[in-house]
Design a protein around this ligand. Structure first.
Ligand code: IPE
Ligand code: IPE
Ligand code: MG
Length: 247
C-alpha cells in the first residue's frame, strides 16, 4: 500500500493560465489595467493557498509572447505593475521560503522589470518550500524551436551529426530544464484553450477550466479545482485495473 493511500493527493505542480482580467474590468466599466491590478491580488492569494496545501511548484502564465501585440498603453501598464509587484513581494517570498523563477524570453522585458526579477531570483535561490515560476514573454512553440536549434548547434559543434536526442535530453533543453511537469492546469475565464503554454510539458497534465474570471478567483475556486483533480484517475495509457493494482 502506498504511503499516500487514504490521504487525498495534492498535485505536486499546478500551472495556471490567469485569464479574464480585461473582461472583469469591462464588466465594471473600468480600465483594463484595473483588472490586471485586481488580478495581481489573486496571484498573492493563490500563492499562499498553494504553499498552505503543500504544492511544490506553481507556474503562472502572466504574459505571452503574443501579448506583445496588445496596445502599447496596456503593455506599459502591465510592465509597471509587474515591476512593482516583484519589488513589493520580494521580502514575503523570502520569508515564506518561496523560490522565484521565470520561463520565457525575458530579455524582451524592459530593463527595470528584468532588474527586479533578477534580484528576486537571486535572493530566493536558497528557498525550498515552494517554487513559483512566472511565464513571461513566453511561447511554447518558440521554446521548442529554440531547443531544436540547440540540438542542431550541439551536433554541429561536436561534429556528431548522427547523434540523436531522447525525450529526457530534449526536456532539459527547455526553459523548464527537466523539472517536474504540471499535474494540474487551471484556466480561468471560460476559455477552453492552451494559448501556446507548456505544450510539451503538459502531455499528461489534467486540465481544469472554470468560468470564473481571474480577479474573482478565490481560495474556494482553487479548492474546487483541487477536489476535481483528486477525483480524476490518471492512467498514463494504462488500464484502470493496472492503476488500481499498483495503488
Ligand atoms: C489575462 O487577462 C492577463 C494577460 C493576458 C496579461 P486578459 O487581459 O487576457 O483578460 P481578457 O481575456 O481580455 O478578459
Ligand atoms: C493567455 O491569455 C496568456 C496569459 C494568460 C498570460 P490570452 O488572453 O492572451 O489568450 P487568448 O489570446 O485569449 O488565447
Ligand atoms: Mg485573455
Amino acid at each position: 500500500m502506498s504511503a499516500d493511500k487514504g490521504r487525498k493527493k495534492i498535485p505536486r505542480h499546478v500551472a495556471i493560465i490567469m485569464d479574464g482580467n480585461g473582461r472583469w474590468a469591462a464588466q465594471r466599466k473600468l480600465h483594463r489595467l484595473e483588472g490586471h491590478h485586481k488580478g495581481s491580488e489573486t496571484v498573492e492569494e493563490v500563492v499562499e493557498c498553494c504553499r498552505d496545501l503543500g504544492v511544490e511548484e506553481l507556474t503562472l502564465y502572466a504574459f505571452s509572447q503574443e501579448n506583445w501585440a496588445r496596445p502599447s498603453d496596456e503593455i506599459e501598464g502591465l510592465m509597471a505593475l509587474l515591476k512593482s509587484f516583484v519589488f513589493q513581494k520580494r521580502e514575503k517570498l523570502i520569508k515564506n521560503g518561496i523560490r522565484l523563477l521565470t520561463i520565457g524570453q525575458t530579455d524582451r522585458l524592459p530593463e527595470g522589470v528584468l532588474k527586479e526579477l533578477t534580484r528576486s531570483i537571486y535572493e530566493t535561490r536558497q528557498c525550498s518550500t515552494m517554487t513559483l515560476t512566472l511565464a513571461l514573454s513566453y511561447s511554447s512553440r518558440s521554446e521548442i524551436i529554440d531547443a531544436v536549434n540547440q540540438v542542431l548547434r550541439n551536433a554541429m559543434a561536436n561534429e556528431e551529426f548522427s547523434k540523436m536526442v531522447n525525450e529526457d535530453e530534449f526536456d532539459r533543453l527547455l526553459f523548464t530544464e527537466g523539472r517536474t511537469p504540471p499535474d494540474l492546469l487551471i484556466r480561468t475565464s471560460g476559455e477552453h484553450r492552451i494559448s501556446n503554454f507548456l505544450l510539451w510539458q503538459m502531455a499528461y497534465t489534467e486540465l481544469y477550466f472554470t468560468e470564473t474570471l481571474w480577479p474573482d478567483f478565490s481560495r474556494d475556486d482553487f479548492m474546487k479545482a483541487i477536489n476535481e483533480y483528486q477525483r480524476r484517475e490518471r492512467r498514463f495509457g494504462k488500464t484502470t485495473e493496472q492503476i488500481r493494482a499498483t495503488a
